[in-house]
Design a binder for this molecule. Sequence first.
Ligand SMILES: [Fe+2]
Length: 442
Amino acid sequence: MTSADDPYSWDDPHRLKERIVTELVTVRERSLTYTDADDDLLVRQHSPLMSPLVWDLAHVGNYEELWVLRAVGGMAPLRPEIDDIYDAFKQPRRDRPTLPLLPPGETRRYLCGVRGRVLDVLDGMDPEAMRLDGPDPLRVGGYVFGLVTQHEHQHDETMLATLQLSGHPGLVPEGGLPTGRSIGPVAPEIHIPGGIFTMGAGAASPWAYDNERVAHRRHLPGYWIDRYPVSNGAFATFMADGGYDDPRWWNPRGWEWMRRSGVRAPLFWARDGDTWSRTRFGRVEPVPEDEPVQHVSWYEADAYACWAGKRLPTEAEWEKACGGHAYPWGDRPPSVGQANLGNRAARPAPIGAFPRGASPYGVEQLIGDVWEWTDSWFLPYPGYRSFPYSEYSEVFFGESYRVLRGGSWATHPTAVRRTFRNWDYPIRRQIFAGFRCARSEV
Ligand SMILES: [Fe+2]
C-alpha cells in the first residue's frame, strides 16, 4: 500500500497525527449528536439491557482519561471520585440509573476538559515513538488514540440501540441509500474452494484489537455461503411456514428461550393484518421485504438456517469469504458506494445495493448493513495475548457468547474491518444483527 492509499499514513507520524485529530473530532461530533436531547431522555433508563445515555457519554470520556491522560500522559486523575461509577465492570447496566451520575451539562464539560488535554498529549507525543517499530505498544501507530476512538464509536452504536429501544422519534435523521437488486426466490450461493487462508489481523492493522490477533494460517474444507444476508421477506417466509412452531429447526436451548419469552417475530415487528410492520426510531412503517433482517437473536438465525437446509457460517468461513484484504474490496477505507456504514439512513440498505463492495469471491454486503451472527463461540486465536487489559476480550472468551462479524449500518467505518470480532449472548436482539447462511460442500 502506498502512503497516498493508506488511510492512516502509518509510515508518516506527522500525517498520522493529523488524521487522529480528524478521527477524534468526528467521533465526538457523533456522540454529541446522539445525545443532543433533553435531560430527561438522557438520564432515563430505556431498557434494563442498556445504560442511561448520559452514562455512556461520561464513560467514553472517563475511558479516554484513563488511557490517554493517565496511562500514556502520566497525569493525575481529574475526577478520581467518578472512576468507579463509569467502570463498566464494576457497574452492571441494570444498576447504572441508580448511580450518582454526572448531570448532562457537567458530563459535557468533563468530556471537553479531557479532550483538550488529550489533544495536548497527542501534540506532545514523540513522532518516533509512533512508528510501527517503536517500543511502547500504546504509542505505536497511535494505538491509544485508535483504542479510544473505536471505543467511543462502539458506544455511539450502543446509544443508537438505546434510542431505538426508547421509541423516541426525531433524533436519527433519514438519508438516502442505493437501491437493491432483485435476487429471485432462491438465495444465490457462492462456492468457496477448500484450502489454507490467513485469519486475523497482522502488522498492517495497527489499531486492531487483541482478540483479532495474531494472524494465523487456517485450513477450511470447501463450502457454500449466501451471496447476500437473509432478507426480511425470506425471514417472513420462514415465519409463515410455521418456523416458530417447529422444534425441529431449533437448538434446544433456543426453543426453551423462545417459548418462555414468547418471541414470535424479530424485535420491533408487529402484525398488521396479513403483513408485518415495524417500529423504527419511533416511526411505524411496513417491513421492507428487500432489506436484510435485523433484530433477530442467534437462536432465531440458527433456526432459520436449519429450516432452509443450511447452517450459520463459522467466523473463519465468514472471514475467508471476504478475501485477504482489510475489506472485501481491498485495502482502501469504505466509500459510500461500497458499504452502508456510519448511520447514513438509520437502516440497512436493500439486498444487492453494493455490487462494488463485493469480495473477490463475489460475496456482497459483508461489511455494513447488519452484524452477522456466526456459528462460532468467542474464543482466543492461537498466540493470543491480552492487550492493553484483560477485560476487553479475555474475560468474555468461552461458550457464552457467539461471534458477530462485519458491522452494521450503525457502525462507523473506523470501527470495522475484515478481522473485527464482535460478540454477544445468543438471546440478544436489540443489537443491529442479522445473518447469512452457509452449507458444507458435501
Ligand atoms: Fe466501554
